[in-house]
Design a protein around this ligand. Structure first.
Ligand SMILES: *Cc1c(COP(=O)(O)O)cnc(C)c1O
Length: 474
């Protein structure tokens, strides 16, 4: 082993650093350009998990090389390309290119939001953006909130806050129950379980044909729970559900929650962003009456993960959901002190991911969100129309968002099997990344239009490919 080279000096050398910057930024620019212009998309070059592991084991066992661009080329080659027009998979953002730069700044500055002094600008920027969003969502003056590392974390934080604010005594915690759509994201159930809420007290409200909560059963579901000695402290509305993109009737849930003085939380991880769209914000009417909500910046709002706004309507929330005692961070346990944000978040050290969203809002204004939501949701509808026009294809339901579930049907064949094979072939082909889900017990292909450059031609080519893969099986 060489002991003469001072690696610390080398690794921190501005001259060394400068060498890689144009190469890496050039790589991103080139990849972006070809992704947006390529006639036939190249989205995923899938290897099996075993092959992938072997590849990286081999890489790792080769001699150390001071070549970051070469390493990154290799990583990119073996990663899904979100900027590809053929990326229609899960609800992960197609990041705005400027967030590659804000990410670099974030990593270098490495400020965090734990206590004020560790991230002074970041803590204040969070406050500004949260206030702006709270007003957009129609929350009362004085609404508060923070940025959390993801929607799962956001839902958990909101549920803990709901419990603390309910004033229910700890001796009754074993009776606590939460009501949530049968279609809710698994993170809600997981949050409840982490909080020690018993499985039978995570009450799944049945959904209708549109996969939204059936408002007419809220009351009877609640009365049943009460008769069993349960204390329902929170009801969660979905905007929208992950699997099929269904929006709960939030006005009906708000009426119900008000009637029983129950905390009303909205999981708007994906669909909360429709607040920016004149055309689609009707889907979340009633959200202004909720007690808390989350919205992921890293889904419809074009930032890298994890970055989630969690917002509390003014009035209902009691401060200090966690009442942390940490004398090395702050002296006063009880006061709000928004600038010491670790008092309110599950995380201690937390990166200032707000930098992405703050920069987007300053550079492009809210209009960019409106345009993104409108384009993606419009394209979802367009796709659904094209599926309906196909003789051998059907929708699971009429889509309300950019999430569309559909499948191929042929007489005399098991549709589940046919579509599973199609899904596999699509993955092997790699020009599109399409996922799948189960709806009413049946296998469906599932797309989420996340790239605003995924146009009609691109989608028509995907449908043609699916037909080709289906017909090969006949
Ligand atoms: C994605 C999603 C979540 C989870 O959010 P993460 O940021 O992935 O932790 C929760 N709820 C809904 C409705 C979602 O779509």
């Amino acid at each position: 082993m060489k002991t003469t080279e001072n690696l610390i000096s080398k690794a921190y050398s501005p001259e060394e650093f400068q060498k890689d910057v144009p190469k890496l930024m050039g790589m991103i620019t080139k990849e972006l350009e070809s992704s947006l212009t390529r006639e036939v998309p190249e989205t995923i070059k899938r290897l099996s998990p075993e092959e992938q592991l072997r590849l990286w084991q081999e890489d790792f066992s080769s001699p150390v090389r001071a070549d970051l661009p070469a390493l990154m080329e290799k990583v990119m080659l073996h990663s899904v390309n979100f900027h590809s027009k053929g990326y229609v998979g899960h609800q992960v953002a197609v990041t705005l290119p400027i967030t590659a730069l804000t990410s670099a700044m974030m990593a270098y500055m490495n400020n965090c939001t734990t206590v004020y002094e560790l991230g002074m600008a970041g803590n204040a920027m969070e406050k500004v953006v949260i206030s702006h969003l709270a007003e957009k969502f129609g929350y009362n003056k004085g609404a508060t909130g923070f940025v959390a590392s993801g929607g799962s974390m956001g839902n958990l934080t909101a549920l803990v806050t709901a419990r603390t604010s309910s004033g229910i005594e700890e001796k009754d915690y074993h009776r606590l129950a939460v009501m949530v759509s049968g279609e809710a994201h698994y993170s809600v159930e997981r949050a409840a379980k982490i909080m020690g809420i018993r499985s039978e007290n995570i009450i799944r409200v049945s959904v209708g044909d549109d996969f939204g909560i059936r408002p007419e059963v809220l009351e009877s579901t609640y009365q049943q729970a009460v008769s069993e000695g349960k204390i329902v402290f929170c009801v969660v509305g979905c905007a929208c559900t992950t699997s099929v993109g269904a929006f709960d009737n939030l006005e009906a849930v708000a009426d119900f929650a008000e009637r029983h003085q129950i905390w009303f939380h909205v999981d708007g991880a994906h669909g909360g962003a429709v607040i920016f769209s004149e055309k689609y914000k009707h889907l979340i009417k009633g959200i202004e009456r909720s007690d808390s909500l989350i919205v992921d910046f890293h889904k419809m709002m074009m930032t890298p993960p994890l970055s989630t706004a969690i917002i509390y309507n003014a009035g209902n929330r009691k401060v200090n959901e966690f009442s942390p005692k940490a004398a090395y961070l702050w002296q006063d346990q009880l006061s709000e002190e928004w600038w010491n944000s670790a008092k309110h978040t599950l995380e201690c050290t937390k990166p200032i991911t707000i930098l992405h969203t703050y920069a987007i809002m300053r550079l492009y204004g809210d209009e960019i969100y409106q345009q993104n939501v409108d384009m993606l949701f419009d394209m979802g509808k367009q796709f659904a129309e094209m599926i309906k026009a196909e003789r051998n294809m059907e929708l699971a339901l009429e889509p309300k968002s950019n999430i569309v579930c559909f499948r191929y049907i042929t007489e005399g064949a098991d549709a589940d099997e046919v579509n599973k094979k199609i899904a596999q072939k699509l993955l092997e082909d790699g020009s599109y990344y399409v996922v799948s889900t189960t709806v009413r017990g049946k296998f469906y292909l599932r797309i989420t239009i996340m790239n605003p450059f995924t146009d009609k031609t691109c989608i028509a080519n995907l449908i043609a490919k699916i037909k080709e893969f289906a017909e090969e099986q006949e």
